[in-house]
Design a binder for this molecule. Structure first.
Ligand code: HEC
Ligand code: HEC
Ligand code: HEC
Ligand code: HEC
Ligand code: HEC
Ligand code: HEC
Length: 422
């Protein structure tokens, strides 16, 4: 019998390596997108000017990688240093300040830059209202999957050929030395190959089953049509109505509830037609804002002609977009009020969306990653910050002693299972 063991070992190792590598790549590509959405998307798009310039081709405009990193971390310092390119850019953008990002590591920035470099604009559909950032993420991912599939196949064929060659060589050398070799076994009956193929199918199959199972019930990019075409862009964007005016319970408690029609009527008792900029749905059709406002009256049981309430109300059946499984505890107040996390960090640039779209994955990894990275408002010696944290004496001592410079959510127990799970 021919001893295949060393080859088998090596093949298995390289197969493992391929799997690990492709997982690793997925993670960093995803992180770049997430980081971009969390930190930059409020002002930048890749392919369009927003509050800040379109970032496409940035690495061609700013060839000095160090300078680019310095700019993203602390643009104020770069402007202060008088760098000619950025000083001019700053003038061109009417001295609109960009935020500073001291928390972003070089790897984070590289991930963001990679996301920008790999970004492909979606095929133009001619819909003015369409959000160009929408379909791309999925496309990029499936492209990668195909690439890895093909690569794995090629490597598998190469490995197979090598094994055959090796077996033949071994037989030849055995014959030369006069060692009798057994009957050659055709490859499809060779136990080694059968084992290998079974293992491979098991790994690949398992990967997709697990991936599919985890994805069940998740609905990133979910953007259902609502019974009234209520635009966040018109209200929270153009008209700058504070989120908490309608979602005040996000400040008070666990849920950020949807306002009742009475809240709408506070304004729409008088605003009975829409005269703002034309609104287009994702599919390009124009929305008749005035007709949509009439739906509020139908729901509130208000007769705009008689200017009186009829008492015949019909609650609006808004479609819920974000939802966590029942076994997860999540509190808005904890994040918005205690944690001072902006709504946009988790919900994306709502003020630029006509219809709300879920931009975050709402997966456990998403929660946990943020808890690992985000610093809490730890009160310092000057008595600033959240007083509640004075119970963490150990950290105060460490900060005083200079062995610690910040406290993350993870440090205060934000990774403990029972904090998030009932
Ligand atoms: C508060 C809005 C804002 C945020 C948030 C923001 N930027 Fe900017 N950014 C700007 C503005 C405005 C400019 C134009 C220069 C200026 O006025 O400061 C700019 C310029 C840039 C430039 C130079 C563009 C060019 O064409 O040369 C880069 C690169 C950049 N930003 C990257 C980022 C990255 C990466 C993030 C997220 C980590 C980010 N920005 C977050 C507003 C922002
Ligand atoms: C004038 C009232 C109003 C204001 C102001 C407002 N919203 Fe809303 N919001 C609504 C209504 C009505 C819905 C339900 C319909 C929908 O999903 O578009 C909603 C839905 C949402 C949802 C989706 C809820 C779900 O089903 O998962 C999010 C997230 C949201 N709003 C965030 C915000 C943020 C962030 C702001 C501030 C930038 C804001 N809203 C300002 C009225 C308002
Ligand atoms: C704080 C005041 C205010 C509140 C509260 C308010 N709106 Fe509006 N709404 C406006 C303004 C201002 C406009 C724009 C009018 C214009 O530009 O002609 C508008 C426009 C609209 C329009 C037409 C444009 C569009 O978004 O399609 C609809 C529909 C609408 N509102 C629905 C609602 C609903 C539903 C609620 C309750 C969830 C609500 N509004 C609450 C002030 C308000
Ligand atoms: C740390 C991330 C995070 C922040 C910050 C955040 N949300 Fe949410 N939001 C969520 C999650 C997660 C859900 C789904 C909650 C669920 O299903 O229990 C959600 C759900 C909602 C909903 C649907 C109703 C509900 O509570 O289930 C609305 C409306 C909403 N958020 C508005 C807001 C507004 C307005 C702000 C800012 C004042 C805000 N959110 C800040 C993560 C966040
Ligand atoms: C954008 C960052 C961010 C995301 C995303 C996020 N959190 Fe948090 N979370 C925080 C911050 C900041 C705090 C600390 C608030 C404070 O100071 O009390 C916190 C605190 C908590 C706490 C209290 C922890 C403790 O030790 O008291 C729970 C529970 C929690 N988060 C659950 C969740 C869940 C569940 C999700 C995902 C659905 C989530 N968080 C997503 C930033 C985040
Ligand atoms: C910061 C909040 C948070 C912490 C801490 C946390 N989880 Fe989760 N967990 C979640 C969320 C959110 C989901 C729902 C994910 C989804 O719907 O895909 C989840 C889902 C799960 C699931 C269901 C499988 C899945 O991925 O959907 C299991 C099992 C689980 N968590 C176990 C744990 C264990 C064990 C720990 C402690 C080591 C833990 N969790 C800590 C937020 C958390």
């Amino acid at each position: 019998m021919i001893d295949h063991r060393p080859i088998v070992k090596r093949t298995l190792l390289s197969a493992l390596l391929i799997v690990v590598l492709s997982f690793g790549n997925k993670v960093s590509a995803q992180d770049g997108k997430t980081l971009f959405q969390e930190n930059c998307a409020s002002c930048h798009k890749v392919d369009k000017d927003l509050t800040g310039p379109a970032l496409k081709g940035i690495e061609d405009r700013v060839k000095d990688k160090k300078l680019l990193h310095a700019w993203i971390k602390n643009n104020q310092a770069v402007i202060a240093s008088g760098d000619p390119y950025f000083t001019k850019l700053y003038q061109q953008w009417n001295k609109t300040p960009m935020s500073v990002f001291p928390n972003l590591s070089d790897t984070d920035i590289d991930a963001i830059l990679k996301y920008i470099a790999d970004y492909k604009s979606p095929a133009p559909t001619g819909t003015p209202g369409a959000d160009p950032s929408a379909p791309h993420g999925k496309m990029g991912e499936s492209d990668n999957a195909i690439l890895y599939g093909v690569l794995t196949l090629i490597l598998a064929v190469v490995a197979f050929v090598m094994l055959q060659v090796n077996a033949n060589l071994k037989r030849l050398s055995d014959e030369k030395e006069g060692i009798p070799s057994g009957e050659p076994v055709p490859f499809y009956r060779n136990k080694t190959y059968i084992t290998l193929i079974t293992l491979l199918l098991f790994v690949v199959g398992g990967f997709f089953v697990v991936k599919g199972a985890i994805g069940l019930g998740r609905q990133i990019e979910y953007q259902p049509e609502q019974p009234i075409f209520y635009s966040h862009k018109v209200h929270a964007g153009t008209n700058q109505i504070n989120c908490l005016y309608c979602h005040g319970s996000a400040w008070e408690g666990k849920h950020a509830t949807i306002p009742s029609v009475n809240v709408c009527m506070n304004c729409h008792l008088t605003i009975n037609e829409y005269t703002g900029a034309p609104i287009h749905k994702e599919d390009g059709t124009e929305v008749d804002g005035t007709a949509e406002i009439q739906k509020i009256y139908a729901a509130a049981g208000y007769d705009p002609k008689a200017k009186s309430y009829t008492g015949k109300t019909k609650p609006v059946e808004w479609v819920k977009i974000h939802s966590l499984p029942d076994h997860v505890f999540f509190s808005h107040a904890q994040h918005v009020r205690a944690g001072k996390v902006q709504c946009q960090t988790c919900h994306g640039e709502i003020t630029a969306m006509h219809e709300v779209k879920q931009v975050s994955e709402l997966s456990m990894g998403w929660c946990v990653n943020c808890h690992r990275e985000t610093k809490v408002d730890f009160n310092n010696d000057k008595g600033e910050g959240n007083k509640f944290y004075s119970i963490y004496e150990k950290y105060h001592h460490e900060i005083k002693a200079g062995t610690r410079d910040s406290v993350t959510v993870a440090d205060i127990g934000g990774l403990e299972c029972q904090k998030c799970h009932y």
